[in-house]
Design a protein around this ligand. Structure first.
Ligand code: SF4
Length: 393
């Protein structure tokens, strides 16, 4: 064991472990009537939480943002959206391997998270008959090794930090054996859901510290949605990662009832900048089945984002407001009295990359597909039909 890693993880206290819950009956703060009314919701969209995260809820406030994030709502049963709204199936090149942009491959290496965000865009992974993730990453490793364009690998799922450290070590070592892989990103909400996963595991810190090198960094793409998630424990977890040489950054969706006001979002972004995990993307909530109660229309989202961007330092204002669309990362760059302006920040089709487009303003629209193009504004109605094939080679 690396002695430096041991120093990063404090040993002068009792080890802490969270207790996971999969049943609303384990939450005494919910009334029997509330639990009964939510049974149909959890039968459709899985529930999972843990005692640490639940302890952050103010149960005297029915609108508490942490509660909105984790406790199901009956409105999730409203027919809305699709289970795979971004057609990730179209960019899946092997089980658990997605390749959408030339230089980036996603390995979906785990199908569980430290808790389940109610607005999750991949909630289909938590359903019984899903086989989109793979515990065996050998096909993904072979694919990446055989494709020298890929310099950036994102471990995702589910949450990769729910894997054992032994498995994570093996995956990272295999990726580090491929010379053209420069960046390894770990997309994880564990710093928010269960920071002890990081602060109590010296072996994990050792793996990260060994393989986040000056020329080939490991990035932790954290997922904090609300400033109250930045507890002392969470900040300590980020500190351990940073001291281990991991670069931290944050991405989160704009969620109704959680962070859909400029004061909350600006506080979150500022706090994240103070602790060394500055914001990266703010996502428009995807039109995923069950997400209707959590989505904010594009125009309202833009107003919140614009006001947020008037507050805080430059580091707190590094986020881009984007739709993670089937076609690419569509940045919302402006809204006027008549138009919505977008830019393809990333695109799987080379021709779209960086393109500016203009759509008619529609205050009720939630997604690019809802928007009507402006004649001569460079835009067309999306999604394209038939569905586009992935642009990777
Ligand atoms: S952490 Fe990410 S993958 Fe897991 S439930 Fe939340 S949004 Fe979904």
């Amino acid at each position: 064991m690396d002695t430096r890693a041991l120093r990063l993880v404090r040993r002068d206290r009792q080890q802490r472990k969270v207790r996971y819950l999969r049943d609303l009956a384990s939450i005494p703060q919910l009334t029997p009537a509330e639990r009964r009314s939510l049974e149909a919701v959890t039968a459709k969209y899985a529930f999972r939480a843990n005692d640490y995260y639940l302890s952050l809820i103010d149960w005297t406030d029915p609108n508490d943002p942490i509660r909105q994030l984790i406790v199901p709502r009956t409105e999730e049963l409203t027919e809305w959206g699709q289970l795979d709204p971004c057609n990730e199936a179209a960019v899946t090149v092997a089980q658990g391997v997605q390749h959408k942009y030339k230089h980036t491959v996603l390995l979906l290496c785990n199908e569980v998270c430290g808790a389940f965000c109610r607005y999750c865009f991949r909630k289909r992974l938590f359903m019984n008959d899903n086989d989109e993730t793979s515990n065996d990453v050998s096909a993904g490793i072979r694919y990446i090794a055989g494709n020298p364009n890929v310099n950036n690998v994102l471990l995702t799922g589910g949450d990769p930090l729910l894997m054992s450290t032994r498995r994570l070590r093996s995956i990272i070592e295999q990726l580090r054996a491929i010379p053209h892989v420069r960046i390894i990103r770990i997309g994880s909400k564990m710093p928010a859901f269960d920071p002890f996963r990081i602060t109590e595991d010296a072996e994990l810190v050792d793996v990260l510290s060994r393989h986040s090198t000056p020329r080939k960094r490991i990035y932790m793409v954290a997922h904090f949605d609300h400033p109250r998630e930045l507890t002392d424990e969470a900040v300590e977890a980020l500190d351990v990662l940073i001291r281990a040489g991991v670069i931290c950054t944050n991405q989160c969706p704009l969620i109704k009832g959680v962070n859909d006001d400029p004061a909350t979002l600006a506080e979150l972004f500022s706090e994240l900048s103070y602790v060394g995990c500055p914001p990266y993307y703010l996502f428009q909530c995807r039109p995923t089945a069950g997400n209707e109660p959590y989505a904010v229309p594009i125009v309202r989202g833009w107003e919140i984002f614009r006001e947020t961007m008037r507050r805080g330092s430059g580091l707190a204002r590094r986020a881009r407001y984007v739709m993670s669309h089937e076609l690419g990362k569509v940045e919302i760059t402006g809204v006027t009295s008549r138009h919505i302006h977008i830019r393809f920040h990333r695109a799987k089709d080379d021709a779209l990359r960086g393109q500016l487009q203009k759509y008619k303003r529609d205050d009720a629209a939630y997604w690019l597909d809802d928007l009507e193009p402006v004649r001569g504004g460079g835009a067309r109605r999306y999604p394209l039909s038939p569905r586009m094939e992935p642009a990777h080679d």
